[in-house]
Design a protein around this ligand. Sequence first.
Ligand SMILES: Cc1cc2nc3c(=O)[nH]c(=O)nc-3n(C[C@H](O)[C@H](O)[C@H](O)COP(=O)(O)OP(=O)(O)OC[C@H]3O[C@@H](n4cnc5c(N)ncnc54)[C@H](O)[C@@H]3O)c2cc1C
Length: 491
Amino acid sequence: MQATDFAFKKSLLDFVPAQGIDAECVVIGSGAGGALTAQFLVEKGREVLILEEGPFIEFEDGQCGIANTFPRVWREGGAIPIMSNTSLVFGEGRCLGGSTQLNAGLLNRTPPEILEHWRNEYRIRDLETETMNKYQERIEQSLFAHTTEDAENPMGRILRAGAERTRYKGVEVPVAAQEINGRKIKQSMQHTFLKDAVLAGVKFIVNCRVERINTAGTRAGGVTALWRNQGRTQRILIRCKYIFVCAGTIQSSLLLRRSGVKKNVGSSVQFHPTLRVLAEFNELVSGYAHEMPSFQIKEFAPLLTMGASLTSPPYIAAGLALDWEHQKQFMEAQDRMAIFYVGVKSRALGTARNIPFGRGSYIVRYSLLPEDAKNLGFGYAKLCELLFAAGAKRLFPAITGAGVIENFSAVKRFLSDSLLLKNLNLVTIHSYGSCPMGERENGVALDSYGKLRGFDNIYVNDASMLPTSPGVNPQGPIMALALRNMEKNFG
Ligand SMILES: Cc1cc2nc3c(=O)[nH]c(=O)nc-3n(C[C@H](O)[C@H](O)[C@H](O)COP(=O)(O)OP(=O)(O)OC[C@H]3O[C@@H](n4cnc5c(N)ncnc54)[C@H](O)[C@@H]3O)c2cc1C
């Protein structure tokens, strides 16, 4: 057992008396936002308790990544259905470390034009590019982010070759990873902020779902949670001075709404919908044997981003399953296949709602706009063009009825014929906007630094606070904003 594993275990609370316990600061959720928040507070000498709904899983170094974690650390087994005018599922983590335990660790910065939009439209203060770059740099250092041209990664090679031949702009995105004993180890929250936090004295309760924040007037007095411990479920009470809601876009807004806080909460949920394509090549790709490549196509960014997606046999089978009868024979080629995506920055707004008396059930609604179908169609054609330019032999689009595509002219034909929202099979792993921040009069739930409007001691410090999609992978933008908020409020 590593020294840090021991520290994690020692920091886990295993008993809560019936009358409850007291803590100065309660952090709800331990992902990108929660881990940073807890680490910041404990380093400032505050007493911190993290409440995490998911389990503490001791990840072996090489296990911390998308391919190895399915399904026990995903919420709802990895596919949260969204009520939509298209087929859309959302995936997020539910364990100590949150989604950072299973993500690819690509660390982007918020593009300057997005920061400008947030300053102008949401009137968020102190959001100049230079200011945010300083926070981004600190996050990048803490997560050992660096760019490497991953020459061994076949999916990266395909994207690079396609970019060169189509002359589309591509970039190596920095990855949160450290080289340890010749192996690249992804730097999740368990490897970084949570590790530092436990060493500095943070306590945890895991398998502990916060049901409600208990408020009176403008103050929160604590939380009530359901704790699954040693085979039984116990309702526990934690009294505290400050509450930090960091449960992720959907769950943070549901928790606030369950607690009676509804104004501008959970009514502007946003996603980064992606449309995938399974591509077959002549050469060996063995996508499942490799990390996610860090190369992304940014020619049409921030509106559209393209890259490689998780490629493992179940995902390949799912890619062929739209017409399994006619396509099952292509499973034989799985070693020569890889999955790619185009993601669109949408302006659509959705909602997250608890189902009354639903024992924790909820419903997320989010419908794409006609412009999204148009933008996705444009981006998808470009992605297919790039893949054929890189040597793809066949493409299997995640579009019902599209069949097998064997050349680029066929792409053009089916895109003009059948890119209807109802035929798309979209997935998303990026969410935002359920509790937007800012000073504008309408539609914001938080002030410019994450404090919940109408309350003196409740803060939201996770993906929920981003007012719109940042147009890039969001972990970097979330953590930079979270650090900025902590410095302003508790520095
Ligand atoms: C497969 C995958 C790959 C990704 N790849 C990238 C990438 O390469 N780069 C990037 O920038 N982003 C990536 N992301 C997105 C990124 O990981 C998230 O945007 C980020 O982690 C969100 O941070 P968060 O703190 O808002 O939520 P999370 O990190 O999801 O953490 C929320 C935590 O709160 C807990 N929680 C929820 N409700 C409660 C409750 N009621 N009580 C107690 N605890 C609760 C959850 O169990 C969870 O652990 C990826 C996401 C996924 C799922």
